[in-house]
Write a protein that binds this ligand. Sequence first.
Ligand code: NAD
Length: 356
Amino acid sequence: MKSVSGFLFDSQFPRVVFGAGSLRHLEREIDRLGAKRVLILCTPGQRASAAAVHAIIGERCVGVFDKAVMHVPIETARVVRDVARELRADCAIAIGGGSTTGLGKAIALESALPILAVPTTYSGSEMTPIYGITENGIKKTGRDTRVLPKTVIYDPELMLSLPANQSVTSGINAIAHAAEGLYAQEANPIMSLLAEEGIRALAQSLPMIVADPVDVAARSDALYGAWLCGVVLGNVGMSLHHKLCHTLGGSYNLPHAEIHTIVLPHALAYNAAAAPDAMRCIARALGTDDAAMGMYELAHQLGAPVALKDIGMREQELDCCADIASQNAYWNPRPIERDAIRALLDDAYCGRAPAG
Ligand code: NAD
């Protein structure tokens, strides 16, 4: 066993209610928050889920805002803040993925409105004090404890409608948080335990979900893994992988979870020699002996995209992307080398196996 070195542990966690059918505890959880005027948030595609929430809480619902979209445009944030103010909402329920939770965070950032999150993807946003708002095409992110949801209800039954292909990329998005958490500058023994367990739970359950998307036990295991990975994301800093994904998503408007799925094996290969202990944990959790290849093979095996060219990236943009990802110094276990990152992007663009 590796000996423990110095660390700082200073964490905040939302209250978690977990289990199949746990949406039935919604009223109890709203009572606990002392809320009487609830605004429900969702995407246009998840109005039925919002209606189910409305049916449970009845007259305590003062409105449904169904315009959540990816990356929280400032215009949408302004509208929903006005709606929450005009309705005198004292709580928002965000039912959906990272986009809907992100919209709730945009309200809380300004007003400290308590957010009760009901996640329906594996993105993990509900466990983090990280917010993101996009203005003039640029997504700005920050950390503020006001945006951390007060309560999170994880109900695996709500995951049954998430198509298998989206479940895979969303699950690998979660794995990416844990993988980078293992070699984070602020890594600590608790987060590393959660990270390895989170990767293990997702790597074992995603193939079962692909085989049978309505397997509630597999959905429970995946959601459990996503919770742990989200906690890691919220508690330690991220490095090269998240920087690359942020650049690709923000500057080239590529789909969030798919980018994470494609880039992760290559980011791990880039950092492998500089973070051997983390790589051992990831490989162990994947049941393989090489973290980067293990992630690449998992994506392949589950039918996920492995090439940026297949999700809308254009080859002529790789140089610029390498430039952006090499700017604004940030911590990474291996120094940021522009040419090596350009080569990494080329591998990810073509869908080659990770280098090394
Ligand atoms: P998403 O929330 O955009 O959802 C993608 C699509 O799937 C939407 O159309 C949604 O309606 C649909 N959907 C969600 N759950 C479903 C279900 N159970 N059944 C059927 N359809 C469902 O996608 P996401 O990947 O969860 O979130 C991505 C966004 O979250 C990005 O903007 C990303 O930057 C952000 N994010 C933020 C954090 C953070 O800590 N702040 C963490 C992760 C992701």
